[in-house]
Write a protein that binds this ligand. Structure first.
Ligand code: UDP
Ligand code: MG
Length: 160
């Protein structure tokens, strides 16, 4: 499972996490945010946002040739999303593990998709798949002034 990410587990990374329109419509925003918050990662960006088509296309440009691409763009632009950037050591792989497999029926119980979704086309949440994409997607969805660098009070209780 994403072995290329294991090598980068020691680095401080950023990842782009998004509650997709189905997660917002189903009232799962707080539940999803709290999973990352409780884990101990640092929230550095957060907003509710109606995604324009051009941005959805740029975000998913690697999937342009896939048969599901047009429906994916319709899905992501079908209502507001919650955009988040999270920072921490090894956050990219860890967030993917918290999210679970792309197909919610294959996702393990205990993961967000495993607990809260049933279909790939409605899998409630996005997470970056590499440190490079974590940076790229964070920069794509957030303007510079929208990100906060801060030190959580709990920092010394999370890492010795
Ligand atoms: N997707 C879909 N049908 C598929 C594969 C993917 O509708 O057969 C959608 C789904 O919403 C998925 C997104 O496209 O989350 C991006 O696909 P990717 O393979 O990058 O999965 P992810 O990284 O989100 O797990
Ligand atoms: Mg992906």
């Amino acid at each position: 499972f994403l072995p290329h990410l294991v090598a980068s587990l020691e680095q401080v990374q950023q990842t782009y996490i998004m509650v997709k329109p189905d997660g917002v419509q189903r009232g799962l925003v707080g539940e999803i945010i709290s999973r990352f918050e409780r884990k101990g990662f640092k929230l550095i960006g957060l907003k509710l946002f109606q995604c324009p088509k051009e941005l959805a296309e740029e975000h998913y440009k690697d999937l342009k040739a896939k048969p599901f691409y047009p429906k994916l763009i319709d899905y992501i632009t079908s209502g507001p999303v919650v955009c988040m950037a999270w920072e921490g050591v090894g956050v990219v792989l860890s967030a993917r593990k918290l999210i679970g497999s792309t197909d919610p029926l294959q996702a393990e119980p205990g993961t967000i998709r495993g607990d809260l979704a049933v279909q790939t086309g409605r899998n409630v949440v996005h997470g970056s798949d590499s440190p490079e994409n974590g940076k790229r997607e964070t920069a794509l969805w957030f303007k510079e002034g929208e990100l906060c660098q801060w030190t959580p009070a709990q920092a010394p209780w999370l890492q010795e």
